[in-house]
Design a protein. Structure first.
Length: 99
């Protein structure tokens, strides 16, 4: 969980332990908050005064989950809304016509 968010999208982490899950969601960097869902019905949104405070909490929370027997099952970086990363345009449409 060391990456604390993408340039403009969301990042989420899924932790599992037996049949339980905890999902941690970090919206883009302009949002100084973490949403935590789980285990079971537990839900919280934590707001922070600055990036360093958020990062410190996030790393401690991750370590506590590991200490309690949770494992990181997946990480998702949402990149929708970002500009196209290609340096050169693709050119003509390469898809074949089905007609």
């Amino acid at each position: 969980m060391h990456d604390t968010g993408t340039a403009s999208g969301e990042t989420s982490w899924l932790f599992i332990r037996r049949n339980e899950t905890v999902r941690v969601l970090r919206r883009g960097p302009t949002w100084l908050q973490l949403a935590i869902a789980g285990p079971q019905e537990a839900r919280s949104v934590l707001r922070f005064g600055d990036e360093e405070e958020l990062r410190t909490f996030q790393l401690r929370h991750e370590q506590q989950l590991f200490n309690d027997g949770w494992r990181l099952a997946g990480e998702n970086h949402e990149r929708r809304g970002q500009s196209d990363r290609r340096r050169v345009a693709r050119g003509a449409d390469r898809r074949r016509s089905t007609g």
